[in-house]
Ligand binder design. Structure first.
Ligand SMILES: Nc1ncnc2c1ncn2[C@@H]1O[C@H](COP(=O)(O)OP(=O)(O)OP(=O)(O)O)[C@@H](O)[C@H]1O
Ligand SMILES: [Mg+2]
Length: 326
C-alpha cells in the first residue's frame, strides 16, 4: 500500500462520549503518525483525552457512552475502524498491546504471573504448554525478574516488580506497537527510573514503536522521539522532542514548559497554568484554550484554529500561526 510509510497513522479522528449531562468531545480531529521503532509522547492535563486516544487505537472505547465519530486509524496500512471483533482480536494483545493506566489492577490475583504471561503467548502463537511456560520465564528474565518466580502470585511482588510483570505481559508477543498509559505514575521515584530504563532497553532490543502517555516532561525528554500535546481533546502542538523543547510555539505548550524550557531542568513536572480546564461538556467557543491564553485575540473566541504546519513536521493548532489572521 503506497500510504503505508508509517506503522500507525491517525487521520481526522474524533471520539465523543454521549452522556445525559451532554457530549464530551474527548478527541477532536486528531492527526498523528508513528514510524517503526519510534516513540510518541502524548502529554496533557487530566481529561485532555489521552486515554481515550489509546482506547480508540485499541478499539476499546466503551460504547455506549463512547463513539468514534469520524476519522481513520491505519495500522500497517489497514484501517482498524470497521474491522470485525475477530479481526481486531488478532491484532490487539498481539501486534498492538497496552499497559493500562492502573497497572496494579490489570493482573489477575488468582493466577501465577507465569500463567498470565503464558496465556498471552498461547493465545497468539502455536506453542504447547511447556514451551509457553519456558517463554514466560524468559520474558520475566528480560524484565529483570528471576525466571523461577513464574510460580509466584501477584501479591508476592512489590509494586515496581508487578509493573515489570505487566510490561512482560505486554511485550510477550513482541508487539509492533506498545501503548503505555502513565506506566510509572503509580510507582515511587527510584522505581520509576528503573522501569523507564527497562522500557527504553526493551524498546531498543525489540524495535517496538511506543506511545508513551505521561504528565511528566522528564519522561518525555528521556524516552520520546516525538510529542503531541493535548488540550481539551485537541492535539494543539505536535513535533519532534528537540523542537518542542527548543522552540515551543503554542501558548499552552509554552505555559507547560515555563518561560525558559530546559531539557536538563530538574523541574520536570508540568507547570500549572492559570485558570481551570473547561467543562468538557461545554467547551468555550472557538479555540478551547482562549479563556486561559495570554495571547488570545478577539478572533480566538470566534473560530476554531486549523492544524497548521508551521515548518516541516511541526504542527500547531493556534490562530496566531494561521496565515492572514493577524
Ligand atoms: N466512560 C466515559 N463516559 C463519559 N465521559 C468520559 C468517559 N471516559 C472519559 N470521559 C471524559 O472524556 C474526557 C477525556 O478523558 P480521558 O480519560 O481520555 O483523559 P486523560 O487525558 O486520559 O486524563 P487523565 O490524565 O486523568 O488520565 C474527560 O472529560 C473525561 O471525563
Ligand atoms: Mg488517562
Amino acid at each position: 500500500m503506497s500510504e503505508n510509510k508509517h506503522l500507525l497513522e491517525i487521520k481526522n479522528l474524533s471520539i465523543h462520549y454521549i452522556t445525559n449531562d451532554g457530549t464530551v468531545k474527548a478527541v477532536e480531529d486528531m492527526n498523528l503518525e508513528i514510524g517503526t521503532g519510534e516513540t510518541l509522547g502524548l502529554v496533557g492535563e487530566t481529561g485532555a483525552g489521552k486515554t481515550t486516544t489509546a482506547l480508540g487505537i485499541m478499539q476499546l472505547v466503551p460504547n455506549p457512552p463512547g463513539k468514534i465519530i469520524g476519522g481513520e486509524i491505519f495500522f500497517e496500512g489497514e484501517n482498524l475502524i470497521g474491522k470485525t471483533p475477530v479481526e481486531i482480536r488478532k491484532i490487539r494483545g498481539n501486534k498492538i498491546s497496552m499497559i493500562f493506566q492502573d497497572p496494579m489492577t490489570s493482573l489477575n490475583p488468582v493466577m501465577t504471573v507465569g500463567e498470565q504471561i503464558a496465556e498471552v503467548i498461547k493465545l497468539h502463537q502455536s506453542v504447547n504448554a511447556k514451551e509457553a511456560i519456558e517463554r514466560s520465564m524468559a520474558m520475566l528474565e528480560k524484565v529483570g525478574i528471576p525466571g523461577e518466580r513464574h510460580k509466584d502470585y501477584p501479591h508476592q511482588f512489590s509494586g515496581g516488580m508487578r509493573q515489570r510483570v505487566v510490561i512482560a505481559i505486554a511485550l510477550a508477543c513482541n508487539p509492533q506497537l506498545l501503548i503505555a498509559d502513565e506506566p510509572t505514575t503509580a510507582l515511587d521515584v527510584t522505581i520509576q527510573a528503573q522501569v523507564l530504563d527497562l522500557m527504553k532497553n526493551l524498546k531498543k532490543e525489540f524495535k517496538t514503536s511506543m506511545i508513551m502517555i505521561t504528565h511528566d516532561l522528564g519522561v518525555v525528554a528521556e524516552v520520546c522521539d516525538k510529542v503531541a500535546i493535548m488540550y481539551a481533546g485537541n492535539v494543539i502542538e505536535y513535533t519532534d522532542v528537540k523542537r518542542l523543547y527548543t522552540s515551543p510555539k503554542h501558548p499552552y505548550t509554552i505555559g507547560l514548559f515555563g518561560s525558559i524550557p530546559d531539557i536538563n531542568d530538574d523541574e520536570d513536572r508540568l507547570k500549572p497554568i492559570k485558570g481551570l480546564m473547561p467543562d468538557p461538556t461545554d467547551l468555550p467557543s472557538g479555540c478551547p484554550f482562549h479563556p486561559r491564553c495570554p495571547k488570545a485575540m478577539s478572533i480566538c473566541s470566534e473560530r476554531k484554529p486549523l492544524n497548521t504546519e508551521i515548518e516541516p513536521g511541526h504542527f500547531v493548532k493556534c490562530l496566531l500561526f494561521e496565515d492572514g489572521v493577524k
